[in-house]
Ligand binder design. Structure first.
Ligand code: ADP
Ligand code: MG
Length: 285
C-alpha cells in the first residue's frame, strides 16, 4: 500500500489517496433518552424515553410532524443538548459532548457571508489546525463531489438555496465525520432542487459509507432515502414505528411501490395523531 502511494507520487500525480480514505460510518445507540423542557407555565415532554439502534453506514430517516422531538433528539446525539436521562453510545462509547465524529446540518445552511465558498469549506479544517495546502485540496475535493467546481470564489449571496446546501454538505464532509446529522436539510428548497440533492446525497452516502440520520416531515422523501423510516409522534414526543425500506435504489419519488409504502406510513402517523396524549400542564399534574 505504502509502496503504491510512493509510485503514484513519483509519477507526479496529485495524491488524493488520503482524501478518498474517509472515515466510514460508526454505529449509534440511543438508550432511554428523555427530555422535558420546563418553562414558567408549561412542561413540554419533548421526548419520552427513546430507544434506537443504528448500524454503521445505515441511512435512517426520522419522520414526523413538527413538535415531536426530532430536532431535540438530533441535538442530544450531536452533544449540543443534554438529555434528562439515558445515554447516547457512538461506536460503543458514551457521547459526552460535541465532537467532530458527529456533524449537524440545518435547514438553513449556516454559511459565513464574509467568506467565499472555498473559505467556508475550509473553515472547520482551519479550526482543526490542518495546514493550508491540505485544507485547499480537501475543500476542492469535496466541492467537486457536490458539483460546485468553478464556484470556489463565489460568495453566499451569489448562490441559490440548493447551492448553499451543497456548500454546507461539502463543509461537513470535509471535516470527515462518521455520522452526518441532517435536520430538514432540504426543507426550504424547491422540488427540482430537492430531487437532485436526494440523488447527490445518496451517491455521497454510497461512496463514503457514512452513517446518516436525516430528519424530515416529508413522507416520500423519507421513503426515497432511508434504509429505515423511524416515525415520531408529538405530545409527548416519542417513536411510534420503525419501518425498514427495502426498495431498490435509486428510488424515484413517483415509483408506485414508494408511493404505496409512503401511504402506509402516513396512515400510521394519522392514527397516532388522532389520539394525542395531552401536554402536561404545570401544577395540574
Ligand atoms: P421537532 O423537531 O420534531 O419539530 P423539537 O424537538 O424542535 O420538535 O421540539 C419538541 C418539543 O419541545 C416542542 O413542543 C417544542 O416546542 C419543545 N422545545 C424544543 N426546544 C425547546 C426549548 N429550548 N425550550 C422549551 N421548549 C422546547
Ligand atoms: Mg425540528
Amino acid at each position: 500500500m505504502v509502496q503504491q502511494l510512493d509510485v503514484q507520487k513519483k509519477a507526479g500525480q496529485a495524491d488524493y489517496s488520503e482524501l478518498r480514505s474517509t472515515t466510514p460510518g460508526i454505529s449509534l445507540r440511543v438508550e432511554n433518552v428523555s427530555k422535558t423542557f420546563v418553562s414558567r407555565d408549561r412542561i413540554v415532554e419533548a421526548l419520552q424515553p427513546v430507544n434506537l439502534d443504528v448500524a454503521s453506514g445505515e441511512f435512517v430517516c426520522f419522520l414526523g410532524p413538527s413538535g415531536c422531538g426530532k430536532s431535540t433528539l438530533l441535538s442530544i446525539i450531536a452533544g449540543l443538548e443534554k438529555s434528562d436521562g439515558g445515554a447516547i453510545i457512538a461506536n460503543e462509547r458514551p457521547v459526552q459532548g460535541p465532537g467532530t465524529d458527529r456533524i449537524l446540518l440545518f435547514q438553513e445552511a449556516a454559511l459565513f457571508p464574509w467568506l467565499d465558498v472555498q473559505g467556508n469549506v475550509e473553515f472547520g479544517l482551519r479550526q482543526k489546525g490542518i495546514p493550508a495546502r491540505e485544507r485547499a485540496e480537501r475543500a476542492r475535493h469535496y466541492l467537486e463531489l457536490v458539483h460546485l467546481k468553478g464556484f470556489e470564489r463565489s460568495y453566499v449571496h451569489q448562490l441559490s438555496g440548493g447551492m448553499r446546501q451543497r456548500v454546507a454538505i461539502a463543509r461537513a464532509l470535509a471535516i470527515d465525520p462518521a455520522i452526518l446529522l441532517m435536520d430538514e436539510p432540504f426543507g426550504a428548497l424547491d422540488a427540482f432542487t430537492r430531487d437532485s440533492l436526494h440523488a447527490e446525497l445518496e451517491s455521497i452516502w454510497a461512496e463514503t459509507h457514512k452513517t446518516i440520520l436525516f430528519v424530515t416531515h416529508n413522507v416520500r422523501e423519507a421513503v426515497a432515502l432511508g434504509d429505515r423510516v423511524v416515525v415520531f409522534a408529538p405530545r409527548p414526543g416519542r417513536i411510534i414505528r420503525d419501518f425498514r425500506i427495502s426498495l431498490p435504489r435509486s428510488r424515484a419519488l413517483e415509483d408506485h411501490r414508494l408511493v404505496d409504502q409512503s401511504a402506509e406510513i402516513l396512515e400510521t402517523l394519522r392514527e397516532a395523531m388522532q389520539n394525542p396524549e395531552q401536554e402536561l400542564v404545570n401544577g395540574s399534574h
